[in-house]
Ligand binder design. Structure first.
Ligand SMILES: CC(C)(COP(=O)(O)OP(=O)(O)OC[C@H]1O[C@@H](n2cnc3c(N)ncnc32)[C@H](O)[C@@H]1OP(=O)(O)O)[C@@H](O)C(=O)NCCC(=O)NCCS
Length: 181
């Protein structure tokens, strides 16, 4: 935690996930492909990061940085010439961080057939003019789908925090052991 930041809370009434919604459409070029003619995972990761940052920036109306991206599973390859749709919106906001859900689908432009390619959850942190984390509006989840996403995001956040704590403890124990040697 940045030591200079006060423990204030947002005074904003909150924003709907619809206000942060982003839809990006791309086409897979030969320069994006591997030797099999399918897209590099890194290209999709870059689009995920961009769509996520735009959604988080819209929610916070601040500069945002990527704090982390959860496990990313590519469930189907995407061929050169296919159209890729990247959809993102803020699922949940903490004090200064936001979880964005990003879904990637591919479309065959000739048949119109679409396939789910990947889903990712990324956390972005809003920064103030001094580059310090700053308060963001809460998310106002309405309707069953937004509420389901909000609750699932809360659970993932709790799991991320548990893992971070565990890793910190492990690091501390490891450095104590190496100091004794
Ligand atoms: C992200 C960053 C600003 C957090 O700074 P920090 O000093 O750890 O800030 P804090 O401890 O006050 O945490 C701020 C928020 O970020 C969250 N956070 C911090 N690290 C996180 C991580 N790895 N994953 C998810 N959330 C994280 C905290 O839970 C907190 O959320 P909350 O305010 O909603 O409760 C800082 O680590 C950073 O600048 N990282 C580099 C970011 C960057 O350059 N990204 C580009 C890709 S390399």
């Amino acid at each position: 935690m940045h030591s200079t930041m006060k423990k204030q809370q947002s005074t904003s009434p909150g924003k709907s996930p619809k206000e942060s919604q982003v839809t990006m459409t791309e086409i897979v070029l030969p320069s994006d492909a591997n030797a099999l003619g399918t897209i590099f995972g890194g290209k999709i990761m870059a689009w995920i990061d961009i769509a996520g940052a735009i959604a988080a920036g819209r929610h916070a109306r601040r500069v945002v940085v990527t704090a982390s991206i959860d496990a990313l599973h590519f469930v189907a390859p995407v061929k050169v010439g296919n159209v890729v749709h990247i959809k993102a919106c803020v699922n949940y906001a903490g004090r200064t961080s936001m979880e964005v859900g990003i879904r990637v689908d591919s479309e065959n432009p000739v048949t119109g057939e679409t396939h789910h390619t990947a889903t990712a959850y990324a956390t972005f942190v809003a920064l103030d003019e001094h580059g310090r984390p700053c308060i963001v509006p809460p998310v106002l989840a309405e309707g069953p789908e937004e509420k389901r996403r909000y609750e699932a995001a809360m659970k993932r956040r709790a799991a991320r925090m548990r893992l971070a704590e565990e890793l910190k403890r492990h690091e501390e124990e490891r450095s104590e052991t190496s100091d004794e040697e």
